[in-house]
Design a protein around this ligand. Sequence first.
Ligand code: IMP
Ligand code: MG
Length: 190
Amino acid sequence: MTTPPHAKDGLVPLFTAAEIQRRVDQLAETLDATLPHGDILCIAVLHGSFVFVADLARALSVRERHLAIDFMSVGSYGGTTTSSGHVTLRQDTTLPVAGRHVLLVDDILDTGRTLSAVTRMLRERGAASLLTCVLLDKPSRREIPVRADVVGFTVGDVFVVGYGLDYNQRYRNLPYLAALPADSLTRQEG
Ligand code: IMP
Ligand code: MG
């Protein structure tokens, strides 16, 4: 048997695949009770949320929720673990947003720059309503006062990888969430 990546790279497991699945199911229940009736446009922020949104969308389908799914890619990290402070739109959505009930899905709410920039953008485009859902929240790192409507797990000031989240494009395909030890991080401001 091959050595699991967390043992090799010193990753510290945070949430197992089973724990994540249970939580995703609870989130779907909350969203089902909170989202407006009718068709929903789900917009996932790439790349970090690709695993989460796939599970969340399927958990919502069990509840007979009809979702259109679209993606946008925004950047601020550029291979480091510290937000560069401004958010750039790398890839835009393809479906019209005006008049739609939007569910915005992201992997992790850190400084708040991404969520605040993206929600402002979607409001400017005339979304009829907007509900935000993040898998992870790191409130201790907040620089912009923004909160997500629905949160999976709250974590401390640790760098999280797995289940879609990366460090230098690695670990996205781990089925669980883990913390990368501080001595593995190349801290770079800017
Ligand atoms: P914010 O704009 O600082 O809130 O950062 C949000 C984005 O930074 C997330 O969507 C992630 O892509 C990335 N990010 C922040 N913290 C982490 C982490 O612990 N692991 C992996 N990516 C992170
Ligand atoms: Mg992201």
